[in-house]
Design a protein around this ligand. Structure first.
Ligand SMILES: Nc1ncnc2c1ncn2[C@@H]1O[C@H](COP(=O)(O)OP(=O)(O)OP(=O)(O)O)[C@@H](O)[C@H]1O
Ligand SMILES: [Mg+2]
Length: 328
């Protein structure tokens, strides 16, 4: 994304979007709370649990929401004062259906291109190209109302890129897609990024960000929790394990305490008489087996665990906000 921000420092990554002390309120709810961030070029994961403020941030970047306080600049342009220019620079894939169900896919994408300033004679061939790219074939002549969720997501992506924007804001692009569809969507996102686009990818799925991005920002309750290189944020989490135990309530409590004294415990959940503890243990299972005997609980499972957003950041969220992620 060279040249997008002429004011950017020669050292370090280019800032594509910068938000300064942005607050957005909906009545009593503070959706963004004095939110400041510099979004670098490339693919950046905007991670956060439900209600964190991801969609609000995206809408504020687009000028669809006017912040109560603060300002947002996109490649140096103001999101409100220069909203028309900003809209032309950005491709937006909304979280919810933006699709006009009574349109055929090809007509819809072409229509969206024209809304973004393209001439009709350019918009139509370009829409065919984009629908080819996202993998919508002859179905493009069918009404969108007959499409599956996965096909609708692809059409939403096609309309976001039809006018060849430099910056893409993708709000939960893999939502509702099956594993294969998700892989394909992430693959498309990677390909788009290779053609010199900057992409802000909002999601609550850490795995999706890990697959396409080096840089992540984690937000919760309208505030930035942490950001940076994903490998660094995930360092040490490769030894994440989960253990499931059953037993008397007191015994299970004792076991949790023993683990908390010896390891970094990330979460403790109880369900139907069983306690699951997620923690970091670089060692083998022998010591866990002994500790379970000591606490007089029955060991039901002990396995490595893939780190999720919740595992990694729940401690931070607890400390900072008293918040608990809802685990979706
Ligand atoms: N139009 C609105 N009116 C009232 N409250 C709103 C509105 N839009 C968002 N909110 C509230 O603002 C907060 C942030 O919402 P937002 O949609 O930005 O979260 P999100 O991170 O995108 O969550 P999700 O993962 O569920 O999409 C939430 O508490 C939400 O209920
Ligand atoms: Mg959202």
């Amino acid at each position: 994304m060279n040249g997008v921000n002429e004011n950017a420092s020669l050292e370090g990554p280019t800032t594509v979007i910068s938000s300064k002390n942005v607050t957005v309120r909906f009545g009593q709810i503070v959706a963004l709370d004095d939110f400041s961030v510099n979004v670098p070029s490339g693919i950046v994961g905007l991670l956060g649990p439900n209600g964190a403020g991801k969609s609000t941030f995206i809408k504020a970047i687009l000028g669809l929401l006017v912040p109560d306080k603060g300002d947002i600049r996109i490649a140096g342009r103001d999101s409100i004062a220069e909203s028309n220019v900003v809209r032309d620079m950005i491709g937006y894939m909304p979280e919810h259906d933006c699709l006009m169900e009574s349109f055929a896919a090809i007509d819809f994408v072409s229509y969206m291109g024209q809304i973004s300033g393209m001439k009709k004679r350019d918009a139509m061939p370009r829409s065919h190209e984009m629908l080819d790219f996202v993998g919508i074939g002859e179905e493009r002549y069918r009404l969108i109302s007959s499409f599956s969720t996965g096909m609708k997501q692809r059409v939403k992506l096609a309309q976001a890129i039809v006018h060849d924007p430099k910056i893409l804001l993708l709000d939960e692009p893999t939502n509702g897609m099956d594993p294969l569809g998700r892989e394909e969507m992430l693959d498309l996102i990677r390909k788009i990024s290779d053609s010199d686009k900057s992409i802000l990818l909002s999601t609550h799925i850490l795995e999706d960000v890990e697959k396409v991005s080096d840089h992540a920002m984690v937000i919760s309750q309208g505030r930035m929790i942490t950001q940076g290189n994903l490998d660094k944020l995930l360092a040490g989490k490769e030894d994440l394990k989960f253990v499931k135990v059953r037993g008397e309530e007191q015994a299970m409590e004792d076991f949790v305490k023993i683990l908390q004294d010896s390891f970094e415990v990330h979460s403790v959940t109880q369900e139907r008489g069983q306690t699951t503890i997620v923690f970091i243990n670089p060692g083998d299972g022998n010591s866990i087996f002994k500790l379970s005997q000591q606490a007089d609980v029955q060991l039901r499972a002990y396995s490595p665990k893939r780190a999720t957003l919740e595992d990694i950041f729940i401690g931070t969220l607890d400390e900072d906000n008293g918040g608990v992620l809802d685990g979706n």
